[in-house]
Design a protein. Structure first.
Ligand SMILES: Cc1ncc(COP(=O)(O)O)c(C=O)c1O
Length: 455
């Protein structure tokens, strides 16, 4: 299948590029897909092959790969002021303007923003902020962090500890004090005969029990994605956030909405917390924040946490934390443009306009006897492969079904992501109806081919 010569792009990629989050048997068989450029929602490899990227890169290239306005914003800012930090009371004018804009478009009436280079670092920063705040307020023992099984919050030692995936055990993680509650996936985790409302009540009761067991005064905060993205596009059970928020509030536990994927339009509203109708204490943003044109993350603090952290900082004269490129002027200029493009150039509207077609396409594919469930919100969705639809029995892991489906898609010029036994789709916001039909048509062919081999 692959060009075996050491001088091929695939051979050169193997020689000196260390793969992360990559299925090595697939790489051994097929070689890396080495890309040269992108156009709209398509990317092109070194062999001139074209692929429709149904994953928007890694959820983030929502305006496509060559948006002229974003390129111009980057070029103009590089020419004007190519780099600066945000330490020692200095920061770029772009940084000031982006913070104003983020508070304006946030669900908060007021607040402050802290910048990082990634979503992982933004979660890591938020945890340090909570530890710092509680210690300054005389409760240094409040250090435990609550998240959920299947959650994905990143890869630094802290954000990987927050992530509820078994693979992190190879690093000896999670660190002590990171506790994972149940995943609110009713289709997979609902008990026999349990209604969705009962399931939701069970999730809230579990939270209450964990708080009682651990002691509310040992818990620093609770983090949740509105829809779990890398957990397999898990939409929470009906009323989930409405059930857990009062429990957290009663115990004074801050609630942080990790909107790295959901933020800026993915679920049909600017924020996932708006789609699911809850008010967090802070928001973690990244990915769409710059439409993928610059590595950047942001902690957006609502008014209460903002005031408490300000007081904590003043007590010791500073918040001793920051990254060299925090609030990078080029990143901020790009983010200002990206927010404008998503909110004012029809992209957010296109997400809402395309959602019914997306849902219809997913429902059509879910008629396949080997698709157990389709789930999603806005322009993010997953199809879960099962060997037996009635019992929801998955295929044996050794068959690598989702990996095979993704490879069969790649062969036809479609990029989509295997995740556990699911295939994840999160198309760019610029996608047209015709491109969406191309995506579903190719995926249907791939499902037919692979299920014929394994079913
Ligand atoms: C919800 C969520 N939080 C955090 C992260 C980590 O972001 P990054 O990869 O930029 O570190 C991701 C990445 O996919 C994510 O989906």
């Amino acid at each position: 299948m692959r060009d075996e010569s050491p001088n091929s792009w695939e051979g050169r990629a193997d020689a000196h590029s260390f793969y992360g989050f990559t299925d090595l048997p697939t790489i051994h068989d097929r070689g890396a897909v080495v890309l040269t450029h992108g156009k709209g929602p398509y990317v092109f490899d070194v062999h001139g092959r074209q692929y429709l990227d149904a994953n928007s890169g890694l959820w983030n290239m929502v305006a496509g790969f060559d948006h002229p306005g974003l390129i111009a914003a980057a070029q103009a800012q590089y020419a004007r002021f190519a780099g600066y930090h945000s330490f020692f009371g200095r920061m770029s004018d772009q940084t000031v303007m982006l913070s104003e804009k983020l508070i304006e478009v946030s669900p908060f009436a007021d607040g402050k923003v802290f910048y990082t280079n990634s979503g992982s670092e933004a979660n890591d920063t938020m945890v340090k902020m909570l530890w710092f705040m509680w210690a300054a307020e005389g409760q240094p023992q409040r250090r435990k962090i609550l998240t959920r099984i299947n959650a994905y919050h990143g890869v630094t030692a802290v954000s990987a500890s927050m992530t509820g995936k078994p693979y992190n055990s190879v690093f000896g993680l999670p660190l002590p004090g990171f506790l994972h509650l149940s995943c609110p996936h009713y289709w997979r985790n609902g008990a026999e005969g349990e209604s969705e409302a009962q399931f939701t009540a069970r999730m809230a009761a579990e939270l209450e029990e964990v708080i009682a067991r651990e002691g509310a005064d040992t818990i620093a905060g609770f983090f949740a994605e509105p829809v779990m993205g890398a957990g397999g596009v898990i939409v929470p059970s009906d009323g989930y956030f409405q059930a857990i928020l009062p429990v957290l509030r009663r115990h004074g536990i801050p609630m942080i909405s990790d909107e790295v994927i959901c933020g800026f339009g993915r679920t049909g509203n600017t924020w996932g917390c708006q789609t699911f109708d809850y008010m967090p204490d802070a928001i973690i943003s990244s990915k769409n924040l710059t439409a993928g044109f610059f590595p950047m993350g942001a902690v957006i603090l609502g008014p209460e946490l903002s005031a408490r952290l300000q007081a904590a900082s003043e007590a010791v004269e500073e918040f001793p934390h920051g990254f060299t490129a925090s609030g990078h002027p080029v990143g901020c200029a790009i983010a200002l443009k990206a927010i404008d493009v998503v909110m004012n150039e029809g992209l957010a509207e296109n997400v809402r306009a395309l959602t019914p077609r997306f849902e219809a396409g997913m429902a059509w594919l879910a008629e396949n006897p080997n698709i157990g469930e389709w789930r999603g919100k806005g322009l993010m969705g997953a199809l879960e492969a099962v060997q037996d639809k009635a019992t929801k029995r998955p295929f044996p892991g050794a068959l690598s079904v989702s990996e095979r489906i993704a490879n069969a898609c790649t062969d036809q010029g479609l990029i989509c992501r295997p995740l556990g036994q699911s295939i994840v789709l999160c198309p760019p916001f610029i996608m047209t109806e015709a491109q969406m039909d191309e995506m579903f048509g190719k995926l249907e062919t791939a499902l037919g081919k692979v299920f014929a081999e394994v079913a």
